[in-house]
Design a protein around this ligand. Structure first.
Ligand code: ATP
Ligand code: MG
Length: 870
């Protein structure tokens, strides 16, 4: 039987389904509502709350295939990817879970059975590791796991390892526990005879690798570093699909499995280079590219676009790494990654329909990012060659500038340096890098203390859909320091405060009782806890409090949230079904809505959209809200679901007429409450993504009445109440007419002045000479000078003017310059001194500006003397 990756995935899920596990979908790659994590880095992330006891699962046995991304935080494999053959940025993790159900015995027995009986892996090639215990954490050796394994595996192939290898933790804090890993030896029989695999386990050997990790979750790591036992014991396992495919397909590299073959072939075609196995650098570039294209495409499909900060920046860095490998080692000087997308879709589009559905967007975004980065690279390379001219060594500081500003990883700079025979100061670079890291760590560091329990409550009961006030008690609190500023976070047993989510900002308000009142300045969700932010704690934390939401702000936010739904609906109606929400911000004062659309929205379209939304407002359609209904039912209602959103089994549906969306936000009871809807702006956010901004209610009224007032003032000014536009057009028309008249008058004046001047020319030393003050502006004098120069021969003319500014203009015809060697540009500098100014110009015409009109006569005298003396 040929184990294709699709068959492997299915066999895994079927096996656990056979042991009463519920098959659930993968959570999105991009994590929301968790300040400790940007991307899903393990199958267990989405179940964290079950482990912590903050939430109860519907089913105590679950299995799935989870998309994971390990490029930041505690689990970061980025630098390995491509260099080795078995670490990816994005990979699929097959897993089975027990939430306070079965524990070690079943986990171990099933894992063994699946690998050896279903998948038929040779028992002699499997090695087991277990946790040896840890003094610092006060933990004993996991002897229980040893005994259970020993039923299947001889003792000498069960190896003890310390906590670095066999104690699994998701991040710096959170659920954790001892683990037991299964390693496979895929070397040839010959190789196996030479070196015992036991010596190669956990040694980064590419053919003796870990495939499955079984984690026995029993503790919660506190911020203080302490381990706190969890209320119940759980199982969390993870097996990389790509590595399992390599084993079952009898390959030596993940990249030789069916999962990557299409992509490798496509890359060969696009680049014209072959993945040979003989040229190390080129092969690494291939692996980097076919790996990264997956991570980039899946993230964009999940709604995470490349950007300058946070998760978006991580995606940008992955993309740049791929481009740079292509650039340096496969000679790709133009955008090429985006051309590989069809191959990826062919491979994975079946299992992940979001890829297919969003292919146009992914392609556009990727192409634009690639092109932008290539331009930056070119600039950096130019910068490098300029630097080369002046230096013969690459200083650390400069290498860092290339890295920081132009996205040059150090090995690219090293390559350039070596090509030029220059030395690179690697230490200096590392130091500059370290300094920067320290700076940014200081700038963003957030220290959250451990939660202090006041009253026990498992999670927060949110009552804010039905009420804006509630009687509450404090369940727990903690102190948080950020950039030297301190605030507190409170969790309540129940709360009317809406936590930031679905684009809508968190509620503000107060928490009060007889003895104190504190204000809540923000509310956020952390996993499934609702956290209230406050600058001060109440005097006494015990007892009952009244929680009151700032109702005016909440109602305005609700208007804007309903408006985003109507807007989304209208956009799809008017622009087409390709429009998909790509982000939104719902605040009390305005809303912002990002969506996929591939050209600018025209003014007419904007008008139509605005009109359509206002029609929906006037219809005053009532809200139909369905809480806690199964996903299937929501889909039957026609709900628009977004890719990249994590929805539990039960969802909330918000329906206004034909607009039906899955949504957790707050809304108005009927669309009429919006009062008025006004679009205020339309821009582009990224390739293929447009953004509109809008306002509703009182804000929209204020905006419009302000505009009308301005219009009234204009109507008044142009004396046309009925039709101010016509009035303004008339004024503009008159203005144009008057300008024309002025121009023609000026011309006449110039002619008259010219004639007058010509009649005043007198002969001096054989030269036609004149020096006097005229009543013309600088522009006219210049025009005149150009004309006279063409018309006259053998002339020197100095014209002064004393308007706002005192000026001198000197004309020396070419023949005088040639025969007498006098140049206007030089003369004027001397003359300018008389009017206390400066000037310059060409040999035939020069001007000077100054302050002192009294000096004009002196200037005339001087030029006259000069002409006489020639
Ligand atoms: P390794 O030591 O090989 O990096 P790990 O200890 O980081 O592995 P776990 O965190 O235990 O791995 O993850 C569970 C399983 O997921 C691993 O046994 C492996 O099959 C797979 N896996 C982990 N990291 C990657 C990766 N970067 N790419 C592909 N598969 C991975
Ligand atoms: Mg690892």
């Amino acid at each position: 039987m040929q184990w294709t990756s699709n068959k492997i995935r299915k066999a895994f899920l079927d096996f656990f389904n056979g042991q009463n596990h519920k098959i659930v979908p993968s959570a999105p790659l991009v994590v929301k509502d968790d300040p400790t994590l940007m991307f899903t880095n393990a199958g267990m992330n989405q179940f964290k709350e079950f482990f912590l006891g903050n939430e109860k699962p519907e089913s105590t046995r679950v299995t799935d295939s989870q998309k994971c991304l390990r490029v930041s935080g505690k689990h970061n494999d980025l630098e390995e990817v491509g260099v080795d053959t078995y670490h990816h940025t994005m990979f699929e993790m097959l897993g089975n879970w027990s939430f306070n159900d079965y524990f070690k015995e079943e986990t171990i027995d099933w894992a063994w059975k699946l690998l050896t009986e279903v998948f038929g892996i040779d028992k002699d090639r499997l090695y087991i590791t277990i946790f040896e215990g840890d003094k610092e954490d006060g933990l004993p050796r996991d002897t229980e796991a040893f005994e259970l394994w020993n039923k299947h595996v001889p003792a000498d192939r069960i190896l003890d390892y310390d906590k670095a290898d066999n104690f699994w933790e998701m991040g710096d804090t959170g659920p954790c526990g001892p683990s037991s890993e299964i390693h496979v030896d895929i070397r040839s029989d010959e190789e196996r005879k030479k070196v015992d695999a036991k010596k190669l386990v956990n040694q980064d050997h590419p053919q003796v690798i870990e495939i499955w990790n079984l984690v026995f979750i029993q503790y919660n790591r506190q911020a203080s570093g302490e381990l706190k036992p969890l209320p119940a014991k759980h199982i969390d396992t993870g097996m990389g699909l790509e590595r399992l495919a390599m084993v079952l397909q009898e390959k030596q590299s993940n990249y030789d499995t069916d999962l990557f073959q299409n992509l490798i072939q496509a890359t060969e075609k696009v680049t014209g280079v072959s993945y040979s196995g003989s040229d190390q650098k080129k092969d690494i570039a291939f692996r980097v590219i076919v790996d990264h294209i997956r991570a980039i495409s899946f993230s964009i499909a999940d709604g995470q676009l490349p950007s300058n900060t946070g998760a978006g920046y991580v995606i940008r860095r992955i993309l740049r790494r791929a481009v740079r490998y292509g650039y340096s080692f496969l000679d790709q000087k133009e955008a090429f990654l985006y051309k590989l997308l069809p191959a990826l879709i062919k491979e994975m589009g079946e299992a992940f329909p979001e890829l297919k559905k969003q292919s146009t967007l992914i392609e556009k975004v990727m192409k634009e990012e690639e092109e932008a980065f290539l331009r930056t690279l070119e600039k950096g390379i130019q910068k490098f060659s300029e630097y080369r001219k002046k230096h013969d060594k690459v200083e650390g500081e400069f290498a860092f500038e290339l890295y920081d500003t132009y996205g040059f990883p150090i090995d690219l700079t090293d390559l350039l340096a070596r090509e030029e025979g220059m030395k690179l100061d690697l230490e200096g670079f590392q130091k500059a890098l370290e300094d920067q890291k320290n700076r940014s760590r200081k700038a963003t560091s957030m220290e959250a203390g451990d939660w202090v329990e006041v009253n026990s409550a498992e999670s927060t009961n949110f009552v804010g859909y039905d009420q804006t006030q509630a009687e509450v008690s404090i369940a727990r609190y903690r102190e948080v320091k950020q950039k030297d500023k301190k605030h507190y976070q409170l969790v309540l047993d129940q709360t009317p405060f809406y936590p930031e989510g679905g684009g809508q900002v968190g509620d503000k308000g107060v928490l009060k009782n007889d003895s104190s009142q504190i204000s809540i300045f923000d509310t956020k969700k952390e996993n499934n806890l609702i956290v209230h932010f406050t600058k001060e704690l109440p005097k006494d934390l015990n007892g009952k409090f009244k929680a009151e939401v700032d109702v005016a702000k909440r109602e305005n936010a609700a208007r804007n949230h309903t408006a985003t739904h109507l807007l989304h609906h209208a956009l799809r109606e008017i622009l087409g079904e390709h429009v998909e929400q790509k982000g939104s911000l719902v605040r009390p004062d305005y809303l912002r809505f990002d969506f996929s659309h591939f050209q600018k929205v025209t003014d007419e379209e904007l008008q139509q959209i605005e009109k359509r939304v206002n029609e929906l407002v006037l219809e005053n359609t009532p809200l139909v809200e369905k809480r806690n209904i199964p996903m299937d039912e929501a889909m039957q209602m026609g709900a628009l679901a977004l890719f990249g959103e994590k929805y539990g089994d039960a969802v909330r549906v918000i329906k206004f007429g034909d607009s039906v969306e899955l949504c957790g936000g707050t809304h108005v009871p009927a669309t009429g409450a919006l009062g008025l809807f006004k679009l205020t702006n339309e821009t582009s956010v990224a390739a293929g993504i447009r953004r509109v901004e809008a306002i509703t209610g009182a804000e929209a009224y204020r905006y419009i009445s302000e505009r009308i007032q301005q219009l009234d003032i204009i109507a008044e000014e142009v004396k046309n109440k009925k039709d101010p536009v016509k009035g303004v057009q008339q004024v503009i028309g008159q203005n144009r007419e008057l300008s024309k008249q002025i121009d023609s008058l000026k011309q006449k004046e110039e002619v008259a002045e010219r004639n007058a001047l010509l009649s005043e020319l007198k002969e001096l030393n054989g030269i036609q000479f004149l020096a006097k003050t005229v009543d013309l502006d600088a522009g006219s004098i210049k025009n005149l000078a150009f004309k006279l120069r063409k018309e006259l021969k053998n002339a020197v003319i100095l014209l002064g003017s004393k308007g706002k500014k005192v000026t001198l203009s000197l004309i020396v015809t070419d023949d005088v310059t040639q025969s007498k060697g006098i140049k206007a540009g030089e003369e004027i500098r001397d003359l300018a001194q008389h009017i206390k100014g400066g000037g310059g110009g060409q040999p035939f015409f020069a001007t000077a500006g100054g302050k002192d009109a009294n000096g004009l006569d002196e200037a005339y005298k001087q030029i006259e003397e000069k002409v006489k003396s020639l």
